[in-house]
Design a protein around this ligand. Sequence first.
Ligand code: NAD
Length: 314
Amino acid sequence: MRYRQLGTHGPLVSELGYGASPLGGSYGGFAEKAGIEAVHAALDAGITFFDVAPYYGLTAAETVLGKALRGIDRDRYVLATKVGRYGDQVFDFSAGGMTRSIQDSLARLGTDHVDLIQCHDIEFGSLDQVASETIPALRAVQDAGLVRGVGITGYPLPALAYIAARAPVDTVMSYCQYTLQDRRLGACVKEFAVAGAATINASPLAMGALTSRGAPPWHPAPRGVLARCAQAAAACQERGADLAKLALQFSVTTSPCVSTVVGSASPANVRRNIAWIEEPLDDDLLACIEAILAPVRDQGWVNGRAGNQNPREH
Ligand code: NAD
């Protein structure tokens, strides 16, 4: 595992981060004991960066992650959570709600501070409100010592860039856009850095689409994209390979982002993921899978206030 600094003033984080949305049931049911074991497997193998949100499982993911982290030395992990999104269609980016939301998260997580607070899915709010009201409110919470850094997350890269250019943030997280199928986030890393923000790459497995199990029913990608991903999974299987392995290796080892955050509530998958990134990429397999995915390269979905196609959107 390699470690990189999360922006100019940020902490060191592992190149592979742990995404806790599966601890909220985003990908189906799981045993809480296994979820807690998955977090411990991540810590034991050198993952130091953990990302969660009150939205995941409507606070359940924070609660399970908090249980897993109880008793672990606070300096062993860098913890990121979010504000502003509290349900599929429930958003509150107003300054007034920020301190309460963060205090509630801290109580569930069992800590007195988080290292990074991120404004969650900014495209569903007014971008100008996020820049002029939410981010300054989060900076005030930072001054009060409850958080150590402030970031933004969301899907549309122009919306993230719009805010980063107007309100200084420490991090920008986007998802499904530095993968075998979509590289658009990679092209934004320099622009975000100029604005002072480190880039975090979430969902290297394209929210399950780049696995042999395939995308969950709520996946918002166009059918043509999901069909090509399924074709890629089948091609890997024919060769005795695993598309998830190739996808994870590709994102972590070639990404210009500071950290790549993958989600899992399964200890076995967490251990596999950590082992995979130490193995070399299979260049022949990569060429074959890139050819299958080429017709849908960089194809995403329209997302935002008017077009949430995914009721379980992150
Ligand atoms: P992901 O691309 O990491 O894929 C997760 C899926 O892959 C789950 O079904 C998981 O069980 C499966 N998986 C994991 N390891 C596997 C393996 N070795 N073999 C087979 N399957 C495996 O998607 P994600 O979890 O949605 O994203 C990662 C994290 O990034 C989230 O948990 C969250 O913390 C963050 N995120 C944030 C936003 C946002 O802020 N808007 C959006 C998306 C993701």
